[in-house]
Design a binder for this molecule. Structure first.
Ligand SMILES: *[C@@H]1O[C@H](CO)[C@@H](O)[C@H](O)[C@H]1NC(C)=O
Ligand SMILES: *[C@@H]1O[C@H](CO)[C@@H](O)[C@H](O)[C@H]1NC(C)=O
Ligand SMILES: *[C@@H]1O[C@H](CO)[C@@H](O)[C@H](O)[C@H]1NC(C)=O
Ligand SMILES: *[C@@H]1O[C@H](CO)[C@@H](O)[C@H](O)[C@H]1NC(C)=O
Ligand SMILES: *[C@@H]1O[C@H](CO)[C@@H](O)[C@H](O)[C@H]1NC(C)=O
Ligand SMILES: *[C@@H]1O[C@H](CO)[C@@H](O)[C@H](O)[C@H]1NC(C)=O
Length: 204
């Protein structure tokens, strides 16, 4: 009798530990491995959170955003173009980053107080970037996918990660808003973005 109760209690314990949600530490850890070639091509921004509320407000104004990682990157030197649609205009910026495992830094910037990494996500065709700016005073967390719209449970997975970081609830982009077209060299008057410090800090 005592043995049976004990066995049942054990079973319960086991099933509880199996279904227990991942600890925050695991949920927001950087990827164990990053193959830079997996980054290649275009990703749509599907959701994001920024810890600094004025920036979050501005982030909410975006109609859409995407990044296009170049295919001629090396194991450590990677470049991408970001496009943001805002007030029916497209703004483009290009960045070079240097990878250190799944950590990265923006080339040509003060790296001392900033850290950034590609973070583990349970969504199979997603890419998640985490930035700590000014020694962690501000955090940015951006979820990209090859799809425009994710399943509810995938958004919930992201929300759990955002909660772990104690950041404001994620802003989910409207999937019906058009992405910017590829920037063409022949554009008569390309809309280039004003590169204020803040804009740079807010990337991607
Ligand atoms: C990749 O190719 C593009 C277009 O040919 C070029 O503009 C860019 O500088 C290249 N990037 C690297 C890291 O070589
Ligand atoms: C690649 O990254 C290294 C380390 O940051 C840098 O010194 C080098 O100039 C980069 N190469 C290119 C082609 O950008
Ligand atoms: C990125 O690196 C390429 C190749 O080194 C260089 O031509 C380009 O100007 C750099 N772009 C930026 C935005 O730093
Ligand atoms: C990535 O960054 C974290 C935190 O800044 C650091 O602890 C870790 O050692 C870095 N990993 C690599 C491969 O540089
Ligand atoms: C980095 O942090 C140090 C000390 O907190 C500060 O003096 C410096 O201005 C910071 N640099 C940037 C670029 O934020
Ligand atoms: C991404 O950028 C590359 C050049 O860097 C370009 O050849 C490719 O067509 C772009 N893809 C999209 C979907 O914009």
């Amino acid at each position: 009798m005592a043995l049976a109760a004990c066995a049942i209690a054990l079973l319960c314990l086991v099933s509880v530990s199996l279904s227990a949600p991942l600890a925050c530490e695991d949920l927001v850890r950087p990827l164990d491995q990053l193959n830079p070639h997996h980054l290649e091509g275009k990703w749509a921004l599907v959701a994001g959170s920024l810890s600094h509320l004025p920036y979050l407000e501005r982030f909410k104004q975006r109609d859409s955003a995407s990044v296009n990682f170049s295919s001629n990157s090396t194991e450590i030197n990677v470049s991408y173009t970001r496009s943001i649609r805002l007030d029916n205009k497209c703004m483009y910026s290009s960045y070079n980053i240097t990878l250190e495992g799944s950590n990265f830094t923006y080339d040509g910037t003060d790296k001392s107080n900033t850290s950034a990494s590609f973070v583990h996500t349970s969504c199979h065709d997603c890419m998640l970037m985490h930035m700590n700016v000014e020694s962690g005073k501000r955090q940015h967390f951006y979820l990209f996918s090859r799809r425009r719209q994710l399943e509810q449970e995938e958004i919930e997975g992201f929300t759990a990660q955002v909660e772990c970081l104690k950041m404001p609830p994620p802003v989910v982009m409207d999937p019906t808003k058009e992405l910017c077209p590829e920037e063409t060299a022949g554009d008569p008057a390309p809309q280039t973005e004003e590169k204020t410090e803040e804009q740079k800090i807010e990337r991607p």
